[in-house]
Design a protein around this ligand. Sequence first.
Ligand code: FES
Length: 272
Amino acid sequence: MSIGQAVALGIALVVVLSAAAIFTLAYRREAETKQVGTLDKAARRRSRRAAPVVAATAPALEEEVDQVEETDTSPPAKQEPIELSPAEFGEARRQFLNRATGASFGAFLAFFGITSLAFLWPRLKGGFGGKVDAGDIAEIKAAIFQPDGSIEPFYVAEAKTFVVPFDESVISETDFDGIGVVVEGLTGLFQKCVHLGCRVPWCASSQGFECPCHGSKYNAAGEYEAGPAPRNLDRFALEAVDGRLVINTGSARDTPRAKRKTVQYPQGVNCL
Ligand code: FES
């Protein structure tokens, strides 16, 4: 996983945790508010009952108790609706708006976090953006080198990469030295033109890559040859693991226009 992906994953986790914290706080505040409201009503009821007892004289109290006993068997009185003062109504409305705003914000954060994780998930498992197993190195070389001495790039669709030969005997004279892009005499070129991003096709007759959008040309090693492209084709870090070529598509390298070309171009008729 590249640093960029790790940062994005960290942001997504923070967002999800923030959403969870907001929901938890909102729930606790609502529970506290409910508890306070229950106590207030209960206290009001107690005080309403207590007031006549304090004020009443003994005979009046006995009379009242008799009346209560007489009316005990009757069905409970219908609860009267509680009327709210304008201040109480305003308070209730403010609470509702606060909760609605908090819930909307929390839902947005949760949605953002989940979609970010969903976006990153395939990259963590592999595929473009992660490490791609291109295949057995011997078989890749057998597919590249043609009987007539020409080459045909080995295309790895999952990595959007052309695997091509690279002459390691001259790598110290190039900008590709020490950046991990050449392994076992092979290098992996990202298919995207470094000018404006068109996919660059292979031209078998000239033995190079020629961009159909604005005419940039690169030789078989992906080195800049002509056109508006500002540099060589970008390439990915490679590893050889148990005889297999692994392309790290989360780790692209760019290099300036090559001064020292490692392969001749063109070797025949251009396609453009
Ligand atoms: S996008 Fe390839 S030359 Fe412009």
